[in-house]
Design a protein around this ligand. Structure first.
Ligand SMILES: Cc1cc2nc3c(=O)[nH]c(=O)nc-3n(C[C@H](O)[C@H](O)[C@H](O)COP(=O)(O)OP(=O)(O)OC[C@H]3O[C@@H](n4cnc5c(N)ncnc54)[C@H](O)[C@@H]3O)c2cc1C
Length: 368
């Protein structure tokens, strides 16, 4: 039922704008409005804080179905989870009450600020500093590649509180867009997910109350990594949705397009490509849903499964979207058909929340 209702909402209210959002590199406001109206913009927020209380699998299905029509729009529910999960996992009751309510209502979005210009895969090499000053912390630094920066009201920011201790000297904070000293860089000009704004966040003597720290001092990096164990599964869901969208489009196209006097879908070479695409998508779906169940139960092998689902599904999304372009021939290579956008959008799923090389490092360290 959930899948059916998200699919019909996505097809009616998000799909019609997907090409324009990409072409104009603009925020998918129509998608945000439609998702908020149906309470699908941050489904993971627990009911206690006014949220829909969706479990990890239901959240995955929402993201998958939105991504099937527009990958940029699927970053609304996905990044709302990414940004707020540190608060849900490690924040005080006060922080949860203050920040999850507005998120659940659709009054505020949440971003996640870990990466920096010189600290990507090696996130613990970050330089952003937080220095204690009485009942306040003062933050200085630059966060890079922050999804939905400028649009979000709230930011989970990881910063160094003790430079001697590397990852154990990093703490997490909630920073608000309206805090004095917060500003944003120009939107990055990207290959895909062009509707999702990616900007730098500048922290210039941002003075915040000490109770904005998420969890204890020095636990920020552990919280950031624990968060990714859960949210990499949402990126797997996004990849899965993009791949399914491409397969669905190609499946229809091969029945219409005629060459040599018959639909190209009659050729066995074309049928075999479609079979492989469907097989890979289904394998990615099973792994992603199994990982979502592990996320919900916080199983001991979650770290492996989160990395495996993200890595496998994103590689499948890249293969399947590339094959979808192939099946449309020259037409597939143009922006007149959606598979070109899907192929560009798929690429990011192999890069963010840890590149697929990093996922393989994570899997190797956590072999089941
Ligand atoms: C559109 C977009 C949105 C993003 N959104 C966010 C966000 O909201 N919040 C956030 O904090 N970050 C975000 N990121 C950052 C993203 O997570 C990083 O780009 C990613 O982790 C890679 O870091 P990097 O770009 O510095 O690449 P690098 O770390 O410089 O990696 C470059 C290459 O080296 C490889 N490599 C690095 N180390 C190793 C190793 N040990 N072994 C093998 N290969 C290695 C990588 O796999 C990659 O191929 C976003 C990025 C993009 C592009």
């Amino acid at each position: 039922m959930l899948r059916e209702s998200v699919r019909s909402l996505a097809e009616a209210k998000i799909l019609p704008f997907a090409a324009a959002v990409d072409e104009e590199s603009r925020f998918p406001q129509e998608a945000l409005d439609a998702l908020v109206a149906s309470d699908l913009h941050a489904v993971h927020v627990p009911e206690t804080y006014g949220g829909a209380g969706a479990d990890a699998l239901a959240t995955v299905i929402v993201i998958e179905e939105v991504a099937r029509v527009c990958a940029s729009s699927s970053l609304i529910p996905a990044v709302n989870k990414l940004g707020s999960l540190p608060v849900i996992l490690s924040g005080s009751e006060e922080l949860k009450a203050k920040y999850l309510g507005p998120l659940a209502k659709g009054d505020a979005m949440f971003s996640y600020a870990l990466s920096e210009p010189d600290a990507g895969s090696d996130a613990a090499g970050m330089k952003t500093r937080a220095v204690r000053d009485g009942d306040f912390w003062v933050l200085n630094g630059v966060k890079r590649w922050i999804t939905n920066a400028g649009v979000s009201e709230y930011y989970t920011v990881m910063a160094v509180t003790d430079p001697e201790k590397r990852s154990k000297g990093i703490s997490a904070f909630v920073v608000e867009k309206s805090d004095e000293g917060v500003s944003f860089g120009a939107p990055e000009k990207k290959l895909g997910i062009k509707g999702s704004p990616t900007r730098e966040v500048y922290l210039d003597n941002v003075r915040i109350p000490a109770d904005r720290m998420i969890g204890a001092e020095g636990t920020g990096f552990a919280t950031a990594m624990k968060t990714l164990d859960h949210t990499r599964i949402t990126i797997a869901a996004q990849a899965l949705g993009i791949a399914q969208g491409a397969l669905d489009y190609a499946k229809g196209y091969v029945q219409e397009r005629k060459q040599f006097g018959k639909p190209i879908g009659d050729f066995q070479g074309v049928q075999f490509m479609l079979a492989d695409m469907a097989m890979k998508i289904e394998a990615a779906r099973q792994l992603t849903y199994a990982a979502a169940a592990k996320s919900e139960r916080v199983d001991g092998d979650l770290t492996f499964f989160g990395a495996a689902a993200k890595c496998f599904a994103s590689d499948v999304a890249m293969e399947v979207t590339t094959d979808a372009v192939q099946l449309l021939g020259g037409y597939g290579y143009t922006r007149d058909y959606p598979v070109e956008r899907m192929m560009r959008d798929a690429k990011i799923t192999q890069i963010y929340e840890g590149t697929n090389q990093v996922q393989r490092i994570v899997m190797a360290r956590n072999l089941p």
